[in-house]
Design a protein around this ligand. Structure first.
Ligand code: PLP
Length: 424
């Protein structure tokens, strides 16, 4: 599939006049359509709810859009909970799927009425002691072993730090009931960035079977099953995109085959997608500021891994378009780099691209999830601004760029700040 920017070169030339690079830009129209399709694909389930994984993109303006489209939030930290609460996501609209959870985070989650998803059997007593067991509670499942699909091994839950073993989760529900819980859910995240319509249906089948068994052996009927995240996006042009309607239909089939005959036709399906919701609807735009000809050909740009870390830490592929040169032949081989003193700070390695000139605008695709949010301040680099391309074609600043003052702000207890010269 050809990967096309959601902004034209002409539009971008106007945008950078007002908002210099680097920045992440998001496509409101595409994002809204995508969420509507997700909800349509699961409309067969009256209780369906997508809890957007905030860690994928914690921008409040985007979270507001997702809220308008009927999403809740999935949080795994205190600040994500605070943000959700400030944006008026209420109680049942917030899932708290954390691990190695500090006590104060459980206390805060309970206070704002978020649904708590317990990562471990020992967290039952931990939560009971620090905040008390709420009426609604969820447990995270880890079947162990490897998670296989028809095209081979997808991931390795046996090596993952998350969730409870099959024995533990079966013991957890009766224990939680004893402690006062009344409404129960189950959660599992067994494979990441899956590019097959089979993942959710197979995960659902696995979880539905456990849910039926739990009902048989303990008499506890789960109220919701949370398929979590893991639905992937086509980062590479040769990848084929997931079809959310086929995925929803696959989950429906498993539901009717397993849950309905067991008298569990009222279970709500929840999801916690991050990447699939916002990933394709963001891009990092950066300017080529240097070219370097040594043992290889390098293009140095004004963004770096502080703005987008996935290529540096996972070797992840992000497609790159040289704006305005879409029709030129890709006859130059480049490493496209940022300015960190780390050799892994490369957005592309040995990438065939059109000839790049200094000043060219580079559009790095699919940064809408786990892009800005993974950013960091290594080398004292500052994080970029974020822009929203609104449905009406206008562009809005939805986060300003960090400034040196932000970077030094944690020294506000001493006099070092008095000596700082911010005049650059
Ligand atoms: C990261 C995460 C998600 C979202 O994962 P994606 O791959 O972005 O869909 C959902 N739930 C939990 C608990 C997570 O940690």
């Amino acid at each position: 599939m050809e990967k096309k920017p959601f902004v034209t070169y002409e539009q971008m030339k106007e945008i950078v006049k007002k908002y210099p690079t680097p920045f992440h830009i998001y496509d409101e129209k595409g994002l809204r359509e995508n969420v509507r399709n997700i909800r349509k694909a699961f409309a067969w389930n009256p209780g369906f709810h997508e809890y957007f994984a905030v860690k994928a993109n914690p921008n409040p303006f985007l979270l507001k859009i997702l809220q308008e489209e009927g999403c809740g939030t999935d949080c795994s930290s205190l600040t994500e909970l605070m943000l959700s609460n400030a944006l008026n996501f209420k109680g049942d609209d917030i899932m708290f799927s954390s691990n190695a959870t500090p006590a104060e985070e459980y206390v805060y989650a309970k206070k704002i009425g978020a649904i708590i998803n317990l990562d471990d059997y020992t967290h039952i007593d931990f939560l009971d002691k620090c905040a008390g067991i709420p009426e609604t509670i969820c447990c995270r499942y880890n079947p162990g072993g490897v998670f296989k699909m028809s095209n081979g091994i997808m991931d390795n839950p046996g090596d993952a730090k998350y969730g409870m073993t099959p024995e533990q989760i079966r013991a957890a529900y009766p224990r939680l009931k004893e402690l006062g819980a009344k409404r129960f859910g189950m959660h599992a995240f067994l494979a990441s960035n899956t590019l097959t319509n089979e993942y959710y249906p197979l995960l659902a089948k696995t979880m539905f079977e456990v849910a039926v068994d739990i009902k048989k052996t303990t008499g506890i009927a789960l109220s919701f099953i949370n398929l979590s995240g893991g639905v992937g996006i086509p980062y590479r042009p040769e990848d084929s995109a997931n079809d959310i309607f086929a995925i929803g239909e696959g989950v429906r089939k498993a539901y009717e085959e397993i849950l309905v005959p067991a008298g569990m036709g009222d279970v709500a399906i929840y999801t916690e997608m991050g990447r699939f919701v916002t990933g394709p609807f963001g891009a990092l735009v950066t300017t080529a500021v240097h070219e370097k000809h040594i043992h290889k050909e390098y293009i140095g740009c004004d963004a770096c891994a502080a703005n987008l870390m996935r290529p540096a830490i996972y070797g992840a592929y992000h497609h790159l378009t040289v704006l305005g040169k879409e029709d030129q032949p890709c006859d130059h081989k480049y490493d496209v780099t940022g300015s960190l003193c780390e050799n892994c700070d490369k957005f592309a390695i040995d990438r065939m691209l059109p000839k790049i000139d200094i000043g060219d605008l580079l559009y790095i695709h699919d940064t809408g999830a786990h892009g800005y949010s993974m950013g960091y301040n290594y080398n004292g680099k500052l994080r970029s601004k974020e822009l929203l391309l609104c449905e009406d074609g206008s562009v809005k600043l939805i986060r300003r760029a960090e400034t040196p003052k932000d970077y030094f702000a944690t020294f506000d207890f001493c006099d070092i700040l008095d000596k700082m010269d911010y005049d650059v």
